[in-house]
Design a protein around this ligand. Structure first.
Ligand SMILES: Nc1ncnc2c1ncn2[C@@H]1O[C@H](COP(=O)(O)OP(=O)(O)OP(=O)(O)O)[C@@H](O)[C@H]1O
Ligand SMILES: CC(=O)N[C@H]1[C@@H]2OC[C@@H](O2)[C@@H](O)[C@@H]1O[C@H](C)C(=O)O
Length: 406
């Protein structure tokens, strides 16, 4: 083997994301080798760093549509970048330092593209706070950020982006698989067996609410003493009200064909208030209400598989915080009948940190010049490089030098 073909040393990368649950910053320190089907990712450390309570409250208020001044926007952007930079520092404790960060940031607004004729549709818009330039400066590590904007600029949804990573880490030569993320919002990647043109046959979309409504309901019903339902125990003590689930399932989003994306703008506080109003005639107990909202997550996922997939998958792998909700998992298994429902842990990929791991891989691909989006997932007309590279600049002997991050 020629020296240039000798396998490159592993690249040490940090992935950072705070998702739509706004529960905290998921940080993953990984070692990556290979590029596509030969890619290997080893998780060296994974940790969630909760936001300070006041910052979380402000982010949730902005996500719920509260108007803020540009001054406050700047303050929050910096506060998030600082928290992300701190998470990147902390996750390296006891390890060799990383040479690259992939930082998703915090989504505070997401508007999918509006349908319309060629050149007539409104582009989507998405805003992730926590600017990469500040993270690069504070950590001294080259940071890739703003992953969604390039896909959106050419007409895509800019989401979901993880499916391409799922494809390379979780595909199977003979088996079709759904990778179902259960975050604040749910999203699915359907990955066919790796036969000819398998990449172009991948389908992916946001399935709707996963924990966003449940968490808000738990906070309300517990009088603010809980932020989520540990293992789904509270919901498990109730009974789902099926007529309500049927009514909620008539909502337009669930019937839109993919590609499609959504967020807390739709499945947030106002939506939950409507759910409570709809539930009034049924006089549900708190536990029944939580069981019914859980059932909406389950039913919307299964309905979307049955409606939009070319065929049902042979296996479903769950990931995201909702995969720890045993009641949700059990209801999903019941609804999917004979299709095994596992977590990605069982495929060797940590279910809690898969999104953080994915943004480490997307940053790595960005640096190698490999596209990160899948047009069948985001609806973009082409593959594009995702993310803006914020080089780590240092002053050496009075001259600016740039750390290539290689
Ligand atoms: N042990 C648990 N039992 C029940 N639910 C849990 C548990 N752990 C986490 N969750 C749920 O998972 C949520 C967080 O999931 P996750 O971190 O995957 O979401 P996210 O990344 O913020 O969202 P998204 O994927 O939409 O961006 C919590 O808000 C909670 O509802
Ligand atoms: C705009 C935005 O932040 N979307 C998130 C959100 O959370 C889940 C779902 O909605 C998904 O589409 C996306 O995140 C994951 C990481 C993705 O892009 O694959």
């Amino acid at each position: 083997m020629a020296p240039s073909e000798a396998s490159a040393p592993p690249k040490r990368v940090i992935g950072l994301i705070s998702g739509t649950s706004v529960d905290g910053i998921d940080a993953a320190l990984v070692e990556i080798t290979g590029k596509d089907l030969d890619i290997k990712v080893e998780l060296l450390a994974g940790q969630t760093y909760p936001y300070p309570a006041d910052l979380r409250e402000r982010i949730l208020a902005i996500c719920a549509g509260e108007a803020i001044s540009m001054w406050e926007l700047a303050q929050i952007d910096d506060a998030i970048a600082r928290a992300f930079a701190q998470a990147a520092q902390n996750i390296q404790t006891g390890h060799q330092p990383a040479t690259l960060i992939g930082s998703h940031g915090q989504t505070v607004y997401h508007r999918p593209p509006e349908p319309g004729g060629e050149g007539k549709k409104n582009l989507g818009y998405t805003l992730q706070l926590g600017r990469g330039a500040l993270i690069a400066y504070l950590t001294g590590i080259t940071t890739v950020s703003n992953f969604r904007v390039a896909d959106i600029a050419i007409g895509g949804h800019g989401a979901p982006l993880v499916p391409r990573v799922d494809a390379f880490l979780l595909s199977h030569p003979h088996e079709s698989r759904c990778i179902q993320n259960l975050g604040g919002i749910g999203n699915v990647a359907y990955i066919p067996p790796r036969t000819d043109n398998w990449l172009s046959q991948i389908r992916a979309w946001d399935t709707g609410p996963s924990n966003s409504l449940l968490d808000l309901a738990v906070e309300h019903l517990s009088g603010g003493t809980k932020t989520y339902d540990e293992e789904g125990k509270w919901a498990a003590s109730g009974t789902p009200c099926h007529p309500l689930v049927e009514k909620w399932l008539t909502q337009e989003y669930f019937h839109l064909p993919p590609p499609k994306s959504t967020g807390r703008e739709l499945f947030g506080v106002a939506y939950l208030n409507q759910c409570f109003q709809d539930a009034e005639p049924y006089q549900l107990s708190p536990a029944d209400m939580l069981a019914t909202l859980t059932e909406l997550t389950v039913a919307s996922i299964v309905h979307s598989y049955r409606t939009f997939l070319p065929q049902m998958p042979q296996l479903v792998f769950l990931c995201g915080g909702g995969s720890r909700n045993l009641y949700l998992k059990q209801r999903l298994q019941l609804a999917l009948d004979k299709i095994p429902v596992l977590t990605t842990d069982e495929a060797g990929l940590n279910a809690d940190f898969k999104e953080a791991i994915a943004f480490a891989v997307l940053a790595y691909w960005r640096q190698l010049g490999i596209p990160g989006n899948l047009p069948t997932a985001t609806g973009a007309p082409a593959e594009v490089l995702l993310g803006e590279i914020n080089q780590q600049w240092t002053v050496k002997s009075g001259q600016w030098t740039v750390d290539s991050g290689q």
